[in-house]
Design a protein. Structure first.
Length: 509
């Protein structure tokens, strides 16, 4: 793989760095569908919010597939071509998302956007990695990556929510299109085109396997997202999608095992740290979903959308603290396992704090402490488990491993558990509401205090509180068990001494 500097030689370093950070931020945050204006977008178009939740998942599926193919693209096209093509496709897909009223077109557009953003992202990523570490040690660069990625996500969520609430949800797209145009202009003017001395044709790549994997993941996306509105056990469309997922995924596996040059290398699953890292990222979905906090802040405390999304800003101080801690931790080459334990312990503390806070008297300032803890835990897990999962892979394999990591962390883990939690929360609210209604009829609940709409509102709030608290309690019990297992495993490793102390320098995702 040929490596060149990204900018013209006459551009000073003090100008290159802010341009790189701007490009990195824009590529990471211009996602086509934004969590901040998702509800307003669905309400304005008269659609289920699940359509746009599916679009968010489709973006991560596209990113995973894009990362798996980026090495071949980089062997065929120059850095400037990949950067311009990625930004241009992102611009077009954001325009489509802003103008279409068909949710299925939005899902397809966001999927394409996710795939296209990876070639552009990796060009900026590699140059910044070389600036942070001449040995290409990703443990030095990861804290900055996730400070920008997570901090940018939370900031963008709040900004798009405010624009949608005070103006219109399409104003967010106007802002994103303007920023993307600036990024394209900077790329045209400042990035030097280095034609490759030797190119490899992309027609020899196994595009059929890539297509099969993409179809299977999109089918699974439909299954996990639409359970609340269609009911998993009775919907014919969900059953058909589940069959399509199983069939296409099995064909993908069969093709991968039989053809001489497969698109996907199953050998990466032979590495124990890779399997354990994927399992931890999948388990992360148990803790990281914001379903219960959203149900509490919007359904019980009646926060408007900007106020509800403002809670995301409380996460940024935690992300900052985690980034600094992880940089120091890996700079001193300390064991990675304690950092993973600290991350999951942070999620456990967050859920304990929220469990004790589920009440009608909770104020917005009371979200500060638990939100900082959650932001800290999220950033620590992303960095620590990410480094642990992709350690000691060479460049030819690490991109494939990074794609699987995105698929598990950002879609399979969070998507599946978010869909399950939404369904459980809905079912448990109905169950608790029925129970409270029976108690009210018998005079055992709110006797003579409320009538009509006020009574129903009180019953609905109490049923939501009971359901949220019940499921959060199960998460806390699971968290204690998980941390006990992680601690015992770390003690076993220290006694036996079979695990490397710190990840080796590698071009990880």
């Amino acid at each position: 793989m040929e490596m060149y500097d990204l900018f013209y030689k006459w551009i000073p370093i003090y100008f290159r760095i802010p341009v790189l950070v701007l490009l990195f931020f824009v590529i990471l945050c211009a996602n086509g569908v934004f969590l901040g204006n998702l509800t307003d977008m669905a309400s304005s178009l008269g659609m289920y919010p699940e359509h746009y939740t599916a679009a968010v998942n489709a973006m991560y599926i596209g990113m995973a597939l894009g990362l798996m193919t980026d090495v071949r693209l980089k062997l065929r096209f120059s850095s400037k071509t990949l950067l311009l093509a990625g930004l241009s496709v992102m611009l077009l897909m954001n325009i489509i998302c802003a103008t279409t009223s068909n949710p299925w077109i939005t899902i397809i557009a966001v999927f394409i956007l996710g795939f296209a953003k990876i070639p552009a992202l990796m060009e900026v990523y590699i140059i910044q990695l070389m600036m942070w570490s001449k040995q290409l040690d990703t443990s030095r660069f990861y804290p900055f990556v996730y400070f920008v990625a997570l901090g940018g996500l939370y900031l963008t969520t709040w900004a798009t929510a405010s624009l949608a609430y005070y103006y219109n949800w399409r104003y967010a797209y106007i802002l994103v299109v303007m920023v993307l145009l600036i990024a394209i202009l900077l790329t045209v003017l400042l990035v030097e085109n280095h034609p490759l001395k030797k190119t490899m044709a992309i027609r020899g790549m196994d595009w059929t396997s890539l297509l099969l994997l993409g179809i299977s993941m999109l089918m699974l996306n439909y299954v996990v997202v639409y359970g609340k509105v269609e009911d998993w056990f009775y919907s014919d469309s969900i059953k058909l999608a589940a069959f399509g997922f199983i069939f296409s995924f099995l064909i993908f596996l069969k093709r991968t095992l039989l053809i001489p040059a497969p698109f996907f290398k199953l050998e990466i699953f032979l590495k124990p740290s890779f399997r354990i890292g994927l399992l931890l990222f999948f388990i992360l979905g148990v803790f990281s979903t914001g379903t219960f906090q959203s149900a509490f802040s919007a359904g019980i405390l009646q926060y408007d959308t900007p106020t509800n999304m403002e809670l995301n800003l409380f996460l940024i101080p935690g992300v900052t603290a985690a980034s600094v801690l992880c940089f120091i931790w890996y700079y001193k080459k300390l064991d990675p396992e304690p950092m993973i334990i600290i991350g999951f312990a942070g999620f456990l503390v967050y859920h304990i704090m929220m469990y004790q806070s589920f009440s009608n008297e909770f104020a917005i300032t009371d979200f500060w402490a638990p939100s900082i803890v959650k932001g800290f835990a999220t950033c620590v897990i992303y960095i620590a488990v990410g480094l642990y999962t992709t350690q000691n892979f060479d460049l030819g394999v690490v991109m494939m491993a990074g794609g699987v990591m995105i698929l598990v962390r950002s879609f399979l883990g969070s998507g599946i558990f978010s869909g399950v939690y939404n369904y459980i929360l809905y079912a448990e609210r109905v169950r608790h509401l029925d129970k409270l209604a029976v108690m009210t009829d018998s005079g055992g609940f709110f006797p003579g205090q409320l009538t009509g709409g006020g009574l129903y509102k009180a019953l609905a709030e109490q049923s939501t509180l009971a359901a949220s608290k019940e499921v959060t309690g199960y998460i806390i019990v699971f968290g204690f068990a998980l941390i006990a297992i992680l601690i015992l495993n770390y003690l076993r490793i220290k006694i036996i001494g079979t695990t490397p102390v710190t990840p080796e320098p590698t071009l990880a995702k």
